[in-house]
Design a protein around this ligand. Sequence first.
Ligand code: ADP
Length: 497
Amino acid sequence: MKLLFSKVKDRLQFLRSLKVRIFIIILAVGIIPTMVLRNAILQNYEKRAVSVRTTDVQNQFKILANHLITYNYLSDTSSEVVNAELSMLSDLYDGRVIIIDQNCNIIKDTYGISEGKTIVSEEVMLCMKGQTSSNYDAKNKYIEVTTPIVDNTTQETAGEQKTVDGGQQKSQVKGVMLTSVSTDNIATNVELLRNQATILQFTAMILLIGIAWLLSHILVRPFDRVTSAIREINDGFNTEQISVSDYVETEHIVNAFNELLGRMRTLDESRQEFVSNVSHELKTPITSMKVLADSLISQEDVPIELYKEFMTDIAEEIERENKIITDLLSLVKMDKTSANLNIENRNLNELIELILKRLRPIAKQRNIDVLYESAREVFAEIDEVKLTLAISNLVENAIKYNKEYGYVKVSLDADHQFATIMVEDNGIGIPEEAQEHIFERFYRVDKSHSREIGGTGLGLAIARNAILLHRGSIKIDSEEGQGTVFTVKIPIIYVSK
Ligand code: ADP
């Protein structure tokens, strides 16, 4: 069953094409109404033709009925005038006329078959009471009409009469005329019309197939243009933005694509810039090492003290190279998706105290006070390793870019939604124009100063990425020469996307 279903599905794959759908819709919209119309017109024509013929026959036979009375035909069927008229009418309508008297006896049958017989049918009985009737038999192609033979004279015979009208003059039904006329010619006309309609419809259908094919191709062409424009960009033949403004829909697709393209290009540019920055940063320590080593090699009888000094410098450069690589690896880890987060409910007070305990000895070397202030016990759902790295980088910076005898103050607070960590220092501060760039990778306000104190320009980029992974935010408030405050907000409950 499943196999059959999938086979049918495979067969119907072509219906997924917009071109095919437009083709089918145009064809259906064109063909169905013409078919309905054709049948309605043909049926209507037949109905009208039958109704005209019936009225015609009824009128003619009403006149004949009068003649029958005038010539007293019901008593004596030898009247030549009436017989001639009868045979003329039955020839004209290609039909049969039966005249029945008051006793339901057939006194005349133009086919000469039923004379002398008695006929008792519902139509005849009704007609005796003055009601005419007509009946169309479409299958056998004839119309049957009953006409009362009414005597309009005033004589009245008790017990046998039926008044037809309620006027002053009494009318008596003396007999009934039963007429069947052929409708062969109506059927022939309908057939003829049907054939013509079929030819017309067939021609219209061929035309419609052509139009549907053409329209389905023309209407879908802009979408094909969108595809080929995207392919050109993909193959590298086009580097500009694309434009297909035929439809509002194609414009929307193209606009969305151009936006995506723009984002990809920006990403590509920043990737290239990153790679060139990384190469440059990694090359700098290597160049220094090479210079130091070369100068030792090129000199003869180098004193051991100089060796020691140069080797110490080389070791420092190796240490620096190592730090850059470690930071780069951290950054790459942070760039990955939040799926790699290891979320746990942690006490932030303990986490911060641990960080400060580790960093206090470094601060002490420059007589910098590290203070900690916490309003309450704060628990939050965090990735301990990543958040520790972020806060460590902020506190390290606050120590690194501080003055001798300065201070660093870390405070922790929380509301029902967010934990807020503030890292404040009264160090060198950050110039206003630099503030918007400091989270960029490898950005440093003072390159040589940062290098001197072992900065890589990656610390804040790592911190920001780690905080964004927690769906938090980081804000900077700084004044040159006065100090800096970084404010970090982390949701207490981690919400994964
Ligand atoms: P680095 O490794 O150079 O410290 P960061 O990304 O951590 O790189 O910082 C980028 C730059 O921002 C630093 O080079 C420094 O100029 C500036 N900066 C960061 N934190 C502070 C701060 N607390 N006070 C003054 N300047 C800072």
